[in-house]
Design a protein around this ligand. Structure first.
Ligand SMILES: [Zn+2]
Length: 242
């Protein structure tokens, strides 16, 4: 019934992301997405269809479908007659995104503290060990990605449902905010704060975990320099070439 309705099917495909895209469009999506989240591709950078087509040896139709999927996920903004750009969240967007994370992740922390088991704790600690190693080696992009993965992994303890998907979107948008307003190397998640948070979860202390998460997100937000940034020229081909 619902399955025989083409529009319901296509919206389902959009929601699931990769399902509705060709393998090549998916590769472009991943490449741009990772470059943005890793902060190699800055907010405001223009993503010309023709240039992307040349970089990935793909048709305009395929490039367009990748860009539309990125726009759906708020990573790219498509402006009529001007083309596609890496989204540049405003100060108000930044406040909104971090406020949303605080509300969602504090509530998630309380629930996770009730549900968490030894295997979950071990998984979170393994992620933190990887994060510490990346920080010690000065691999900032990897550390940023692992920090995001840590926050998603916490939510996933409640199940891989709508909440985790919603949080994944908020976290990728936060990476854009940090790319735009971060003050440099210090603007990543505090590793020690992640450790304190896991200790609270392991102790099944929901209130302490919720408070630790709220404080952690406040620290990241307070560390942002919320003023407009300049536009530096960007070599898209060097950043994205597979
Ligand atoms: Zn964090």
């Amino acid at each position: 019934m619902l399955k025989s309705n083409p529009s319901a099917q296509s919206s389902e495909a959009t929601r699931r992301g990769a399902v509705g895209r060709s393998a090549r469009a998916e590769a472009i999506y991943r490449s741009v997405f990772n470059a943005v989240v890793d902060q190699r591709l800055p907010p405001g950078a223009k993503l010309a269809e023709e240039q992307l087509g040349a970089i990935f040896d793909a048709s305009r139709t395929i490039v367009r479908s990748a860009l539309e999927a990125l726009a759906h996920d708020h990573i790219v903004t498509i402006e009529r007659h001007r083309g596609a750009f890496v989204s540049a969240p405003s100060v108000a967007d930044a406040q909104d995104i971090f406020f949303s994370r605080k509300v969602v992740e504090s509530a998630v922390a309380r629930e996770v503290a009730r549900r968490i088991g030894p295997a979950d704790v071990a998984k979170l600690r393994a992620l933190l060990a990887e994060e510490r190693e990346a920080l010690q080696r000065g691999e900032r992009q990897k550390a940023i990605r692992l920090s995001g993965a840590f926050h998603v992994a916490v939510a996933a303890i409640c199940g891989e449902g709508a909440l985790t998907e919603f949080l994944r979107g908020l976290i990728s948008r936060s990476s854009l905010v940090i790319a735009l307003y971060g003050r440099g190397p210090a603007s990543t998640c505090g590793h020690d704060e992640h450790l304190d948070f896991v200790d609270a979860l392991e102790a099944r202390d929901g209130e302490r975990a919720a408070a630790a998460m709220a404080e952690h997100l406040d620290h990241i937000f307070d560390d942002l320099a919320l003023a407009a940034q300049g536009d530096a020229p960007v070599d898209i081909a060097a950043i994205l070439r597979p």
